[in-house]
Design a binder for this molecule. Structure first.
Ligand SMILES: [Zn+2]
Length: 495
């Protein structure tokens, strides 16, 4: 028996202004189409494909890992040319791997392209229509996927991450491969839930999302025909068709217990009034920064989260803290994506105009160079990232890192690689929602989350949706259709 595998991971924020081009993958990420290279990449990383290959090998299956495209950080929509290059290459490589018994696609589910709101659904459809493949397709998704009717129609079985911050890439790939190996036929059903859930209120280890994940595991245990239950709180910053959170159930050919699916969706919808963004007002943040604890505060600029596709240009914290720069009881480590400030620092300027909207300030350059780091915290542990050309400018207790690229993750190594000491600081900045907790091993109590300029506001009611997002709570305080149940047409392929 033989499986073909392809992985394409990209997350779009359609409110981020710039289109993503192919260099984000070819130069700033991963773009591999030779089987030996794809296999070497997969086996050397904590990835979905890695997990699938392990399980397939243990089962004695032949595997053809035929394509991988990854981008290190989310961004706006893919340009039409970029998406065409990715989709044409993926489909060509899958066609070249034929014949096979199962296709395993590791996709994100929250990509968007210029002119295509559902790139993952498009790829699944093309596998069926253009390649004429009628066999089993197993789909793995990110927890923040926007599940669509095309995904329901063309994938036979679906699984997704069960962690946020995400840390179960390999385990998700293992689950996908076990679905591939399953000996019977499948049915699927999904509940679209008309809610946007704050990422800052949806970790897997405690709270409301944790409760839903626990219920999903119970359902898998209780119903022997239920094989996988995905809980998908959608990435909120996408102005696209069929937008919404989803519960996706894959069951044996005996059928999905729709009453259980409905109950889980009802439970999710009923939670909504209890969700909190965890944003802290600035007067309270400034008050807390007057006391230095044994470990640093984490200033989380959630609205400009590069992990959510925002460009990282906001200097809101610099603007707020400059008046206090001499009085703060320790170093405050900030960062902003601003090539202009990097260039000025390389000229040894002392006056800077930083960020968008701009902040004018005086400072002393204490470091310039290329910012490369290997994460040492609990998020993306051991992976290598680059912030490009960078500089550190100091003013009083403020040490600001300006860099060229929106680096994906907060991590102590981010600051250490430019000569700073995050562990000894009063506060460190992360342009991130929850990953800072794993990266800095910090509980919620050490986080000071604030909303400013950026493409990832947590004030959901203010997101300028024009399409289906308008019908989601809390954009619409009373959604007309809170829960919609979708069923697959018929039992899918068996083997
Ligand atoms: Zn995600």
């Amino acid at each position: 028996m033989k499986a073909a595998l392809a992985q394409f991971i990209f997350e779009s924020n359609t409110f981020a202004p710039a289109l993503a081009e192919i260099d984000l993958f070819r130069k700033g990420g991963v773009f591999l189409e030779a089987e030996a290279q794809v296999r070497a990449w997969a086996t050397g990383t904590d990835s979905q494909m890695h997990g699938s290959l392990k399980v397939l090998a243990a089962a004695g299956w032949e595997a053809a890992p035929c394509f991988t495209a990854l981008c290190g950080s989310p961004a706006g929509r893919l340009s039409a040319a970029c998406f065409r290059e990715i989709s044409d290459t993926l489909l060509d490589r899958v066609a070249a791997a034929m014949p096979f018994d199962v296709l395993i696609l590791h996709l994100h589910g929250a990509a968007a392209a210029d002119g295509e709101d559902d790139p993952e659904g498009y790829l699944l459809e093309k596998v069926r229509t253009d390649l004429g493949y009628r066999g089993r397709v197993v789909l793995s998704l990110d927890l923040h996927a926007n599940f669509t009717r095309r995904m329901l129609q063309h994938a036979d079985a679906v699984t997704a991450y069960r962690t946020f911050p995400h840390m179960d890439f390999t385990a998700t790939g293992e689950r996908a491969a076990h679905l591939a190996l399953h000996s019977g036929s499948f049915t699927r059903a999904a509940a679209k839930v008309s809610v946007l859930m704050p990422p800052t209120n949806s970790t897997h280890f405690a709270g409301h999302l944790c409760d839903l994940l626990t219920r999903a595991r119970e359902l898998e245990r209780r119903h022997e025909n239920v094989l996988d239950v995905c809980i998908l709180p959608v990435q909120p910053w996408m102005d696209i068709d069929e937008m919404g959170s989803s519960v996706v159930v894959t069951a044996t050919g005996d059928g999905v217990p729709l009453d259980e699916l409905q109950k889980l969706a009802d439970e999710w919808y009923a939670q909504r009034h209890h969700w909190r963004s965890r944003l802290t007002p600035w007067p309270e943040i400034l008050q807390k920064l007057r006391r230095k604890g044994p470990e640093p505060w984490v200033l989380a600029d959630t609205a400009d989260a590069t992990s959510g596709g925002s460009p990282g240009h906001s200097a809101e914290a610099l603007r707020r803290l400059l008046p206090l720069r001499e009085e703060l009881p320790g170093k405050v480590l900030l960062w902003v994506v601003d090539p202009g400030t990097v260039a000025a620092a390389r000229r040894r300027a002392t006056h800077f105009t930083t960020g968008d909207p701009p902040v004018s300030w005086e400072g002393r350059v204490i470091w310039t160079g290329e910012g490369n780091y290997k994460t040492r915290g609990g998020a993306y542990t051991g992976q290598t990232f680059s912030m490009g050309e960078a500089a550190v400018v100091e003013s009083g207790q403020i040490q600001l890192v300006a860099c060229s690229y929106p680096a994906l993750t907060p991590d102590p190594a981010f600051y250490e690689c430019v000569g700073l000491q995050p562990d000894a600081a009063l506060a460190v900045m992360a342009k991130n929602m929850t990953g800072w907790m794993a990266a800095f091993d910090a509980p919620w109590e050490r986080g000071l989350l604030f909303d400013g300029p950026g493409a990832c506001t947590l004030d959901f009611a203010s997101i300028p949706f024009t399409g289906s997002g308008c019908g989601l709570w809390p954009v619409d305080p009373n959604p007309a259709n809170p829960i919609a149940i979708w069923e697959s047409d018929a039992a899918g392929s068996s083997q």
